[in-house]
Design a protein around this ligand. Structure first.
Ligand code: AKG
Length: 199
């Protein structure tokens, strides 16, 4: 498929309905240990997206800035392990020789969205970023790292995409989520799981 940015890869429907339901159940079981919370930007503004993490390292944001850390900022406990199915998906798609050590969990409810940004808090900016979409459909926007025009595409439940090579630092974000387009997520909304080599 021709993509918006060289190095952006998309696997539409990579997870079938049963795999999506199993993964959602696994994610919500882990969220009992590492509850979703609403981080704030370094400037003090709350994100519209709720977040948690799995893996040795988790991405956090607060007045201290953006960073990875090994404990949940509210409970002080280590993050739960990354589900094996996601590690297998990493091997089957991007095939990077080292496994991811961070899985950011983003839950979009109501009018939550994510502004255009680059992922650059990771130690290894050569390693790909793999992203799994579950639940409501998102309008995803992406453009080259250097600037210029962006393009939008739909990410449906079960779609998997990756920022690799020249797209690793692509600008990307979620303009909106189509509320009620799926019934997969308990309580509604969209779940996004993003795997990275952070440390
Ligand atoms: O929700 C998405 O599809 C994108 C998430 C994202 O860009 C991020 O976590 O950095």
């Amino acid at each position: 498929m021709k993509t918006a940015v060289e190095g952006f890869r998309l696997w539409p429907g990579a997870l079938d309905a049963a795999a999506q339901a199993d993964l959602v159940a696994e994610v919500f079981a882990r969220l009992d240990d590492a509850p979703l919370y609403r981080p704030t930007t370094p400037g003090g503004r709350p994100f519209s997206v709720q977040m948690s993490n799995f893996g040795p390292l988790g991405w956090v944001s607060d007045r201290g800035g953006y960073r990875y850390q090994s404990i949940h900022p509210e409970t002080g406990r280590p993050w739960p392990a990354i589900p094996t199915v996601l590690l297998d998906l990493w091997d089957a798609t991007v095939g990077w020789p080292t496994p991811p050590d961070a899985c950011l969990v983003n839950l979009y409810r109501d009018a939550a969205k994510m502004g255009l940004h680059q992922d650059k808090d990771e130690a290894d900016l050569g390693a790909p970023v793999l992203s799994v979409s579950l639940g409501d459909t998102a309008t995803f926007r992406i453009g080259a790292a250097e600037g210029g025009r962006t393009t939008t595409l739909r990410l449906d439940s079960g779609d998997v995409c990756a920022l690799t090579g020249p797209a690793r630092l692509a600008r990307h974000g979620v303009d909106r989520v189509l509320a009620g387009s799926s019934r997969l997520i308990p309580g509604g909304g969209r779940l996004n799981l993003t795997l990275r080599c952070a440390g």
